[in-house]
Design a protein around this ligand. Sequence first.
Ligand code: GDP
Ligand code: MN
Length: 375
Amino acid sequence: MLLILLVWINSLTWMVTSLEQDTSGYVVYCPCMGRFGNQADQFLGALAFAKTLNRTLILPPWVEYRPAYRTSVQVPFDTYFKVASLREYHRVITMETFMKHLAPTVWPPEERFSFCPVARSHSPKTNDCNAKYGNPFGPFWDTFGIDFVKSEIFGPLPYDGQGIHLKKKWDERFPPEKFPVLSFTAPPSSFPVQKIHVGLQKYVKWSNEYEQKAKDFIKTTIVERPYIGIHLRNGIDFKRACDHISDAPRMFASAQCLGYSGEKGKLTKDICFPSDDIVIRNVKKEVKRIKAKVVFVASDNRYLIKEFSAAMKKVKFVKQPSDASPHLDLALLGKADHFIGNCISTFSAFVKRERDANNLSTSFFAFEPKKHDEL
Ligand code: GDP
Ligand code: MN
């Protein structure tokens, strides 16, 4: 009883204190570029940016694209991830909570300015961020009934960079008293994620709901361990993207296997879009190495379950039923005893970062890391 009371008092004080205005200000942005993997890459940089500026980060919903919908769908950040874990790194608040409880006083409608590095071209107004022009831009802000009265084109002020200098520059131009909310048309961070921000993944923890879903799936469908998780990124968009790699030194998430300066190897077409033969061979090798009993397959297109089963008769190959949830796939790949990913994919990169944070192993299709010469 006493414990329950203490927990209750604790959560009450938390609510009261956290819903006080942060006089150091806020950062919010639209995750308006790419799908989940891209948004997650940029989230880590945005989190670091908010910390550097010592402003609370307003956690935007994830922007999703679903076949049956005309516009993007916004899914609250905490559907997938725990807010409390992020607080171990920096002050954050969900956009839903901020808009409901704080925006009416902290960010009244007549003070809603949109921030962009340069004016968005091909949009209705010149010299303007046109923050709500197009999809997902309009639908994102409309989710919260937000309209902007003015644009703040902040370039050449950078958002990349560390430390006190960056904070000083932003504070000089946009002091928190006058600009309590910096509201960006796009993430204030680079894509792909910078090397220095990769480690922030450790503060990104699955919500209880997804943690439970993953545990249930492991118990009922995977059943036996060890299990290997594999990500097959073989949809038509990736095939097309991989046709253009000829002389690019890096592409999307490729730094996760090739290194940030390409020190671990070279980009090849096979790494980007491995053939079925390569995929089967790589899986076979890892199955043998860790004596896997089960392989969990995640894919955006072809799962190759039949082909795998024919090549490895004693191993069980499983996937989610049709209409697979991408986030459950990610959570299951993250928990596997070994993971084989696609080095170019940011979807795979999310898994690799999570696994690195938990000291779990990852390899990539069609890629052997260059061995450093022993000195
Ligand atoms: P990238 O394009 O591979 O770098 O990753 P993104 O996340 O940016 O875009 C790919 C999108 O395709 C994902 O967000 C998912 O919606 C979908 N997708 C890709 N791979 C898988 C998968 O293994 N399982 C599921 N369910 N969806 C996937
Ligand atoms: Mn993508």
